[in-house]
Design a binder for this molecule. Structure first.
Ligand code: ADP
Ligand code: ZN
Ligand code: ZN
Length: 697
């Protein structure tokens, strides 16, 4: 007898083949099984889906048979399939695309024979090393209290704890409880960036490998080889790996016994995928936790305003939010948070880069053999090169942006399309030999600091060592690790860098952090810019004084050079008062009806001309207006994106807003079908996409 089988395959997002395809099979195949199926002349990997998505089977139509079932693999769980289905619906993509993107590539690539060979080569389980319990520090009072709450409540939890308050130790202990409580239980731990995995992996291994062996933990991130990714995925899928530690992609890991999810640095924008299905791994983690009855801990020293709002305590007029907020205000070992010092740049001589007070403070730190971080969120030597005679500037011929001057290799580089040229000897427009940099990036800062401190020696008489860490200095594989290790070992005195140096790293000897020129974000058109700046500065401040013995000896400092030192953001920073900052921001958001008090989606379109991109969006708007009105969705007019042209492609976007998430959702799923149709009439449109809950507008 032949059975009709629904199968999800990876069809291109906008091909219109959104649902399952129907095949036949001689034997029944369980939903969640992986199969290979013919499509056209190709053979594709697919996931067998539940019957509910199956089209009505029309008698008389002959179904193509599936090619084979991947043997020896337990079906993907109903929970996993529901997570994928939810993500696809919510972020307006096809189920097949989301499902297949969540599986390791090698599953797709291996033929049936290769797969069978792979299975036979079953991973050898190393015999567990001598099992013993590692040294576990006694929980602080705050940690004990928080852990009690986690044990007693359902969650989700927002763990609001200062940098150095011992959040990681809370994750470790919560994990320990779950792992000990059920010999099969699994735990998912997420970090925003691949750079942050090694140190967290080390701490989890140190704690859990002695008890359950090295193979109890696997990682999932883009740095794995395809073979590693498959192995790690299989280990999670078959339950051997009890801890999966990874970046946002790990939220889709197949973990049949998932009981705890930790999202560290939950505020970090890197949790949002920026292409394909633009999912928020943090939001999906919360959904997944609910679905699987797994506890979810979101941790941060500067939570996203969304999570802060969702964890609000009840008031007389307002019920409590959906999350339970847990607070750990103190640093372990009582290392004080750094003293924040603001320098009013209006009072400094014109064109001052480092105020003289800051330079003096740096000299003092160096004399005591301490380390300094200097933060500037702009890489390269100078953002623009210009001619002092005519108005020539180093515009990118392919983008509506300037090319950045990189002095080390004397190039002009576009940070959007990558277009790179040698710096011209003279102005390309008028021939003037005098072309000069405008503005300042990390490269220039590093050079300038070297000049300013040329006379400074380290206490042992050797020369001062200044290093720079940014996307340019760490392009080569392994460079970032090497440079970070140098800082950790104390070989570097001053580290200049972009936001890369502010996150998570445990620099023990840093006692002074300086932020130069953070003012741009205060007046940005992006309503999330202040939130991002505040968290960046708090994170950076958190790099100082991590070693309590040093911070007790003399106060650690965070210096902020600004033309607006009295700005409320810096006032709140000075007090280390995230709640004050968050409440002020939320008040503004409420007044302006912005998230989290409303929900947004963006439609972006790309075309050869701006007109064509906008025409498509305007037509989409017209087509949706009637429904949108019913659903109380506001559709704003199409506008060029802030960087309107990249690599000769014009980009436009259109914002949708609604006070109900559900109404917006309902509207989008109807409207999406119309967009697919409309696209057929707008041949000049190269691509379009919907971004639900966009982070950058
Ligand atoms: P966070 O993740 O909040 O930045 P960590 O968990 O990394 O904080 O803790 C900061 C430092 O304090 C680490 O060096 C950690 O080993 C130490 N620590 C954390 N909890 C304790 C504790 N209960 N007793 C002693 N040391 C602790
Ligand atoms: Zn010129
Ligand atoms: Zn360019």
């Amino acid at each position: 007898m032949s059975h009709p089988i629904s199968v999800m395959v990876h069809t291109p997002a906008h091909s219109g083949l959104g649902g399952a395809l129907t095949y036949s099979s001689d034997i029944p195949v369980d939903p969640g099984a992986l199969v290979r199926v013919p499509l056209g002349s190709r053979e594709l990997l697919g996931v067998v889906w539940d019957d509910t998505t199956q089209e009505e089977h029309v008698p008389g139509i002959v179904l193509r048979p599936i090619a084979c079932v991947l043997e020896g693999l337990a079906p993907l769980s109903p929970h996993w399939r529901q997570l994928v289905q939810f993500a696809a619906h919510y972020y307006q993509r096809s189920i097949g695309e989301v499902a297949l993107a969540a599986l390791p590539n090698q599953l797709r690539e291996l033929s049936a024979e290769q797969w069978n060979r792979r299975l036979k080569r079953k991973a050898k389980v190393p015999s567990p090393s001598e099992r013993h319990t590692p040294d576990i520090p006694v929980a602080t009072q705050e940690q004990a209290q928080v852990l009690g709450q986690i044990a007693a409540h359902k969650g989700p939890f927002l763990l609001f704890g200062n940098t150095g308050s011992g959040k990681t130790e809370v994750y470790l202990r919560a994990a320990q409880d779950v792992l000990t409580g059920d010999p099969r239980a699994q735990i998912l731990v997420m970090v925003p960036e691949i750079n942050l995995t090694p140190q967290l992996e080390a701490r989890f291994r140190e704690r859990f490998a002695p008890q359950w062996g090295e193979q109890c933990l696997v990682t999932m991130h883009s740095g794995l080889t395809p073979a590693q990714r498959l192995n790690h995925w299989l280990a999670a899928h078959n339950g051997q790996a009890r801890i999966v530690l990874g970046t946002r992609m790990a939220v889709f890991a197949s973990m049949p016994q998932l009981q705890l999810i930790v999202v560290d640095e939950e505020h970090d924008p890197s949790y949002k995928q920026q292409e394909g299905a633009r999912y928020s791994a943090r939001d999906l983690a919360v959904y997944r936790g609910q679905l699987e009855h797994a506890k979810v801990i979101l941790g941060s020293a500067t939570p996203s305003l969304e999570s802060w709002h969702h964890s609000r305590p009840a008031t007389d007029t307002d019920p409590a939010g959906r999350y339970l907020r847990l607070h750990m205000p103190s640093r372990v070992g009582q290392g004080a948070l750094p003293l924040v010092r603001r320098v009013d740049m209006n009072r400094q001589p014109y064109k001052t880069v480092f105020s003289s007070h800051l330079l003096d403070a740096m000299r003092e730190r160096i004399a005591r053999n301490e380390q300094i971080l200097v933060l500037l969120n702009r890489r390269g030597y100078a953002p623009v090169l210009h001619c002092t005679d005519c108005s020539w500037k180093s515009e990118c011929p392919h983008c509506s942006a300037y090319r950045v001057f990189h002095k080390l290799d004397r190039t002009l580089r576009c940070h959007h399309c990558g277009y790179t040229q040698a710096v011209p000897r003279a102005c390309p427009s008028c021939g003037n030999q005098d072309i000069s940099p405008l503005g300042r990036g990390t490269e220039q800062l590093e050079e300038h600091l070297g000049e300013l401190l040329a006379d400074v020696r380290r206490p042992d008489g050797t020369a001062l060592r200044i290093a720079r860490i940014d996307a340019d200095s760490t392009r080569l594989k392994g460079e970032l690790e090497r440079q970070l290790a140098e800082v950790h070992s104390g070989a570097i005195d001053i580290l200049v860098g972009t936001q890369m140096i502010a996150k998570g790293h445990d620099f023990r000897r840093v006692t002074l952090v300086a932020a130069l020129n953070p003012d741009g974000a205060l007046f940005s058109s992006d309503f999330r810019a202040p939130e991002r700046l505040f968290s960046l500065l708090m994170q950076a401040a958190g790099r100082a004084g991590r070693d309590a013995s040093m911070s007790l000896a003399h106060a650690c400092e965070m210096w902020v050079q600004s033309f607006h030192p009295q700005h409320p953001l810096f006032e709140a920073l000075k007090q280390h008062d995230y709640p004050a900052f968050a409440d002020q921001q939320l008040k503004e958001r409420l007044e302006a009806n912005l998230p989290p008090f409303s929900f947004q989606a963006l439609v972006r379109a790309e075309a050869r001309s701006q007109q064509a991109a906008q025409d498509f969006l305007s037509a989409a708007r017209d087509a949706g207006t009637a429904w949108a009105d019913d659903a109380l969705v506001d559709i704003y007019p199409a506008v060029p994106m802030s960087i309107q042209r990249v690599a000769n492609i014009e980009r436009a976007q259109m914002l949708l807003e609604c006070t109900s998430r559900k109404a917006l959702q309902g509207f989008l799923s109807h409207w999406q079908a119309q967009l697919h149709t409309l696209r057929g009439h707008h041949k000049q449109v190269i691509r379009w996409a919907i971004d639900v809950d966009p982070l950058a507008i």
